[in-house]
Design a protein around this ligand. Sequence first.
Ligand code: CDV
Length: 313
Amino acid sequence: MPRKITVGGAQLGPIQRAESRTDVVRRLIDLLEKAHRRGCSLVVFPELALTTFFPRWYADDIAEMDVYFEREMPSAETQPLFDRARELGVGFYLGYAELDDQGGTLHRYNTAVLVDQTGSIVGKYRKVHLPGHKEFDDSLTRQHLEKRYFEPGDLGFPVWRSMDGVMGMCICNDRRWPETWRSLGMRGVELVMLGYNTPTGNQHGGMEPPHQRMFHNHLSIQAGAYQNATWAVAVAKAGVEDGHELMGGSCIVSPQGEIVALASTVEDELIVADCDLDLCNFGKSTIFNFAAHRRPEHYKIITEQAGVTPPKE
Ligand code: CDV
């Protein structure tokens, strides 16, 4: 039996600060219904897909940003998305800001869940690689305060057997780190879902103009997919959000590293691809047969230290 799954990447245009959760969920449901009409059984939404990208703003008291967080998933406001997904038999990946107060202590994470075709949450991932900084930095052209508002994820890089395949998740900046992809690859991942909110301009001024930012976006995803012989579905929140421009470029990448579907706008837009999960077998059994070719005895430096140790002058 071929393991083909038709996947939709549901890119979102901007979500302005004033937009209510109910209005956003309506947009998500519209995209979900469109995806269903196009034969999709899985839809990937962006990172922080329920609100504006609030880490661009500084608040002295981080609790001021709690209005952008979800205390439960699903909540009263997001339940209609889960209900519609179950009615249509479409699974989805959804990114959101998670406020976890289990055990009496508050924890804030940049989170994504995988929901299966019955509307049940089968997996949760919390973003490991948080970009940016913790304190206001006036040397930058713009702030990116994810390190202020979120803790690094504490769940590692798990995978789940769902929808006939081995499914993995990561979030935005994670895609730039080969460690993310290899951790998922080592667990046999066949489809990586990821959402992103990437400003079109670099916060360090003139370096890295927009065309390079887009190149790096695709380069990271294509390399990660190829080197781990997996499908990748990468989905942006795009356009001018509260005066700040986010890049589009949502794409679906094959296990050969080729882009097979690409968004052409910075608005709500659905991209679709038929993903044959068995196409992963070629890379996994030949050039990227890890058991046959990896040399972990030489890789210790990767897990034993974070920074660089150059040779002495
Ligand atoms: N939301 C993100 O993780 N954005 C980062 C930006 C700050 C570079 C990204 O890697 O796209």
